[in-house]
Design a protein around this ligand. Structure first.
Ligand code: SF4
Length: 456
């Protein structure tokens, strides 16, 4: 069996499963957020009754992150709906925007978009927050009401996005009927060259198979090249499995996974036992390819979908209006460090927005020093508009007052993960997906630029 099949077999209490088989699996964690949480709660109450209790209050994680820093009253109210439900169900893992459990969340636009407006529990973007807060464990099943839930496949777990109806059912029963996906195999060899990042790896793979090339399939990444990648790199790659239509993305378990997961579970006092899955000799793949990481170059997915692969060096004719770094995929500390490495001591030429994925990343950037300056100050001095309000921001457009949203038909280079028309706001805007290094180099020139031009 493949890694995905082994996890699904165990979660369904079977010795073996085959691709295409339908199995009932037990969920280890159900995650929801402010956009889908209220709908999921509505389904749960409708189907299980007004006074029903969730199947396991310790296995539900609720993370408001999407439409948070907006004056849109309906969006603010969604956070209050989550808080009320958490109180009613006594759910311990709720990463509220405010500290007062009896309060109401109201964003105050008069304070501006840059200074933080959240309390001490807020965790930022759900997929980046889940591992930071100790909710991702190897061998487990994670369901989330968000398509990029597949990011947690970086930790050798089966993680996938589900709709509100399924999530309402999981909330009541802890189970879900799953068709076992076929597995596509991406064997990674070699190591990335300077100026080339994990984002380039996944843009290369999606470009090879197309934005629907992995529809309802598992994408398994392994081999010596995968071992060379950091945990953040693996998260970037697993995150974008859905951009090829994948059911999930998954990596092998190794010493790096163990160190990360053990540290985070201990730090947060979450469940620390787990059982990883290892590769079998009899894995059956529906597709098999080898990617030599050392041969990859800075890559861009052009408008209008993540499969429109081109090399950055071929796109110097594309003039940009805006650059954006942020999101679960591209707003991690390591992403901002590579971004800052290119920008250090220089000045951006176009509007450039920076949105760290979580408050912990804001803290990292405000406390890491390169010489006399923090990384945060290096970015601000380079002209980047950095907000402390960690969250999804303009990655998916959001209400019209969302920080960095494209309210006009602009061309933007972005470290985010999705570029279908209208994704970041205006439906005639164009988004070019790239690594943080390529976004930085392009911000300096105002056109799509290979970051290797800026490496000494
Ligand atoms: S940052 Fe973007 S991709 Fe990630 S969860 Fe938020 S909206 Fe979705």
């Amino acid at each position: 069996m493949t890694l995905t099949e082994k996890i699904l077999a165990r979660a369904s209490g079977k010795a073996r499963v085959e691709a295409g088989e339908n199995v009932w699996v037990n969920a280890d964690v159900l995650m929801t957020h402010d956009v889908c949480g209220p709908g999921t709660i509505g389904v749960f109450k409708r189907e299980f009754g007004k006074n029903a209790k969730v199947w396991d209050r310790n296995k539900i994680v609720i993370i408001p992150d999407h439409y948070i820093f907006t004056a849109d009253s309906k969006s603010n109210r969604n956070v209050d709906i989550l808080r009320d439900f958490v109180k009613e169900q006594n759910i311990p893992y709720f990463y509220d925007v405010i500290d007062d459990p009896n309060g109401h969340w109201v964003f105050d636009p008069t304070k501006g978009a840059l200074k933080k407006q959240y309390g001490s529990h807020f965790a930022g973007v759900c997929h980046t927050a889940l591992p930071q807060k100790g909710h991702t464990r190897p061998g487990e099943i994670l369901f989330g009401t968000d398509s990029h839930t597949c990011m947690a496949g970086a930790f050798n777990q089966f993680a996938t996005g589900i709709g509100n109806t399924d999530a309402g059912f999981v909330m009541g029963t802890g189970k879900l009927l799953i068709k076992v996906p076929e597995t596509m195999h991406f064997r990674l060899e070699g190591a990335l060259q300077p100026g080339v990042m994990a984002k380039d790896v996944i843009l290369h793979c999606i470009g090879q198979i197309g934005f629907d090339g992995a529809t309802y399939r598992a994408m398994q990444f392994d081999g010596p090249g995968a071992s060379n990648l950091s945990i953040d790199d693996r998260m970037t790659i697993a995150n974008m499995a859905i951009e090829a239509g994948g059911k999930n993305g998954i990596f092998e378990f190794d010493a790096q996974t163990k160190a990360f997961v053990d540290y985070r579970c201990k730090l947060n006092g979450t469940k620390s036992t787990y059982q990883p899955v290892e590769r079998d000799r009899d894995e059956k793949f529906v597709f098999d390819t080898t990617v030599d990481l050392s041969k990859l170059e800075p890559t861009v997915a052009c408008h209008p979908d993540p499969g429109q692969r081109k090399l950055a060096k071929e796109l110097g004719n594309i003039v940009l209006d805006r650059a954006y770094i942020g999101s679960c995929t591209g707003g991690k500390t390591s992403d901002f460090l590579e971004f800052a490495r290119v920008l250090n001591g220089k000045r951006v030429k176009i509007d450039t927005f920076g949105v760290p994925a979580t408050p912990e990343i804001v803290h990292d950037l405000q406390t890491s020093r390169w010489g006399a300056k923090t990384v945060w100050d290096i970015l601000v001095d380079a002209g980047v508009q950095m907000t402390e309000n960690a969250g999804c921001a303009a990655c998916l457009g959001g209400p019209v007052d969302t920080f960095g949203r494209m309210n006009a038909p602009l061309k933007c280079i972005s470290a985010t993960n999705r570029n279908f028309p209208g994704r970041m706001g205006h439906k005639e805007s164009q988004v070019f997906l790239a690594s943080p290094a390529t976004v930085a180099a392009s911000a300096l020139t105002g056109k799509i630029t290979d970051p290797r031009e800026y490496l000494s």
